[in-house]
Design a protein around this ligand. Structure first.
Ligand code: GTP
Ligand code: MG
Length: 252
């Protein structure tokens, strides 16, 4: 059983990719897939979740109960989830699936950069599951070199923070046009570096300085180019997921 965490910034396509990849795994690989919605604030979900976190923490109910705004409610919901991980972890552990796709909250920072993410990964590994991540990059944001650099920074931070194999995936390539971005820092470093120098903003200068350091932490990968909404590039994504499975080993 391999658990794949779908990570990435708001609106990058985590939920659409969960739907597309899950459907692909079933149809092409004949795999048993278990889909987890971990977003307590999800309004619309483009797949039918097998486990829905809203049954234990619903952001709207939390907002009313604690008198909070939408983001405060989300933070509170994540705290509550962090204390109640047994239910989802048991459900995943007993799912009998080949692949578990965990669609994480849209507001990435309330999950990824808080203790709930580490506790979830620990709990899953304790029950003997292999865990890896996919970091969904939005190809439309990364047309701007500074924004691209920032997304790469987040992807690498996610990997180091969770201490997991996390593969970047370039999504929405159907909207990319002729741009040459690959999603791999090593491949794109030279032009990105030049573009950031030309940018002449303090922001770009800061990112340029960070990138020089980041290359030491970034693994070289062939980043899959995916269109989740068109269901394209999923085979490439799957190859990378299988590679990560070999790396984290089957602990069960
Ligand atoms: N053109 C295009 N649009 C996409 C693609 N993948 C997702 N989208 C669109 O991008 C928007 C956001 O997609 P979601 O799957 O909801 O993204 P998300 O990361 O789950 O978003 P949050 O959970 O709200 O942060 C939707 O309008 C999708 O239809 C793609 O490959 N191509
Ligand atoms: Mg989503």
């Amino acid at each position: 059983l391999l658990v794949v965490l779908m990570l990435g910034p708001a609106g990058s396509g985590k939920s659409t990719l969960t739907a597309a990849y899950g459907e692909w795994l079933e149809r092409i690989q004949g795999a048993r897939v278990y889909r987890v919605n971990l977003d307590p604030a999800a309004e619309f979900i483009p797949y039918t979740p097998d486990y829905d976190v809203r049954k234990i923490v619903d952001a709207r109910r939390v907002a009313l109960e604690y008198g909070l705004g939408p983001n405060g409610a989300l933070v509170k919901a994540m705290e509550l989830l962090s204390e109640n991980l047994r239910d989802p972890v048991e459900a995943i552990g007993s799912s009998g699936a080949d692949y578990v796709l965990v669609d994480t909250p849209g507001q990435m920072e309330v999950f990824l950069f808080r203790d709930v993410s580490i506790r979830l990964v620990d709990a899953l590994q304790e029950v003997g599951e292999s865990v890896c991540g996919v970091f969904v990059l939005d190809a439309t944001i990364i047309r701007d070199p500074a924004d691209y650099a920032f997304q790469l920074l987040l992807a690498i931070a996610a990997q180091l923070r969770l201490n997991l194999d996390v593969a970047p995936v370039l999504n929405k390539v159907d909207l990319l046009g002729g741009s040459g971005v690959t999603g791999d820092l090593h491949t794109d470093y030279a032009w990105l570096s030049k573009a950031l120098k030309r940018h002449r903003s303090l922001y770009a200068e800061m990112l340029h300085g960070l990138l020089k350091k980041l290359v030491f932490y970034a693994k070289k990968v062939n980043v899959p180019r995916v269109s989740a909404s068109r269901g394209e590039g999923l085979e490439e994504l799957h190859r990378l997921v299988l590679e990560m499975q070999c790396n984290c080993g089957d602990l069960s």
